[in-house]
Design a protein around this ligand. Structure first.
Ligand code: NDP
Length: 276
């Protein structure tokens, strides 16, 4: 499995497996299938309500814990120093694991939900930093942070976030956040890399699929990889699990990367970190 180097010297797999809405038996089965196919990064979050199933899938796979990269996230309603620590312990209990490879602040506190939002983020971050030192987390990062949320955090943190997981797909790839993270040495993970399926219907993507003899989903994922991000596509469908992993035998030309960059707004979730 190809990996990328994080700013804290840990390695992260070049593609991950998303699990949002993969619940109950689907959660266990899809994680098992993904690990069988070769994925080694599984992305979950407390709010998905499937950490138990993800943990079960990882254990049932028989693959040693240290060979699987597990990510979870602290939900926006429990931000703060002690509540983030309690949330992490709960996540580890649900997963039945004694450490996470990556733990993220799922959404930043912002001016609409916290008067002292910058302090709430930095206090949450302090909990993550301490948990990393204690060995409960290997790498710590954020999700859905824009420059306006990152800057105050960077000004107060001891450890720079290793990752920022953001919405990133053809038609909405947030170049300002993407470029800012790269400038700061923060790796971008791409959530909804298929725009929840919407990008597969775009003409540019369809034409490139024909040109490279690949599926539309594979074109979207390869573009995310060629842009230096780690995409985390989700599917509970076995053929698609395999298809989405089969993206390491080709590369897009710079011209084609640029053409995807220019696709018009599509598939945007509508979720903005400074609005909800
Ligand atoms: P995706 O862009 O990964 O799209 C998932 C949808 O696309 C599903 O409906 C799936 O269907 C379908 N699909 C998957 N592969 C294919 C394929 N090859 N061909 C056709 N259709 C396909 O969206 P997600 O929102 O799930 O994002 C991915 C992951 O990112 C999440 O699961 C989660 O782990 C993470 N995430 C993080 C967020 C954050 O705030 N940090 C927010 C949202 C997501 P089916 O399953 O029926 O096969």
């Amino acid at each position: 499995m190809k990996t990328l180097l994080l700013n804290d010297s840990h390695q992260i797999p070049a593609i991950g497996f998303g699990t949002y809405k993969a619940n109950k038996q689907n959660g266990v089965d899809s994680v098992l299938e993904a690990l069988k196919v070769g994925y080694r990064l599984i992305d979950t979050a407390a709010i998905y309500g499937n950490e138990k199933e993800v943990g079960q899938g990882v254990r049932q796979s028989g693959i040693p814990r240290e060979e699987v990269y597990v990510t979870s996230k602290v939900w926006r309603e429990v931000l703060g120093y002690s509540s983030a620590k309690a949330a992490l312990d709960k996540t580890l209990r649900h997963l039945k694991m004694d450490y996470l490879d990556l733990y993220l602040i799922h959404w930043p506190a912002n001016g609409r939900n916290h008067e002292n939002w910058a302090e709430v983020n930095s206090e949450t971050w302090r909990a993550l930093e301490e948990s990393k030192v204690e060995g409960k987390i290997k790498s710590i990062g954020v999700s859905n942070f824009w420059k306006e949320h990152l800057d105050p955090l960077l000004a107060t943190c001891d450890i720079v976030p290793a990752v920022n997981q953001i919405e990133f797909h053809p038609g909405y790839w947030q170049p300002e956040v993407y470029n800012y993270c790269r400038e700061k040495g923060i790796l971008v993970e791409a959530w909804a890399p298929l725009a929840k399926g919407v990008a597969l219907k775009n003409k540019t993507i369809q034409n490139l699929a024909k040109k490279y003899q690949k599926s539309e989903a594979q074109i979207c994922l390869r573009w995310a990889i060629d842009r230096g991000t780690v995409p985390i596509p989700k599917t509970i469908t076995p053929e698609r699990i395999k298809e989405n992993f089969d993206v390491f035998d080709f590369k897009l030309t710079q011209e084609d990367i640029d053409a995807i960059d220019r696709t018009p707004l599509m598939g945007f979730s509508g979720e903005l970190p400074n609005e909800w």
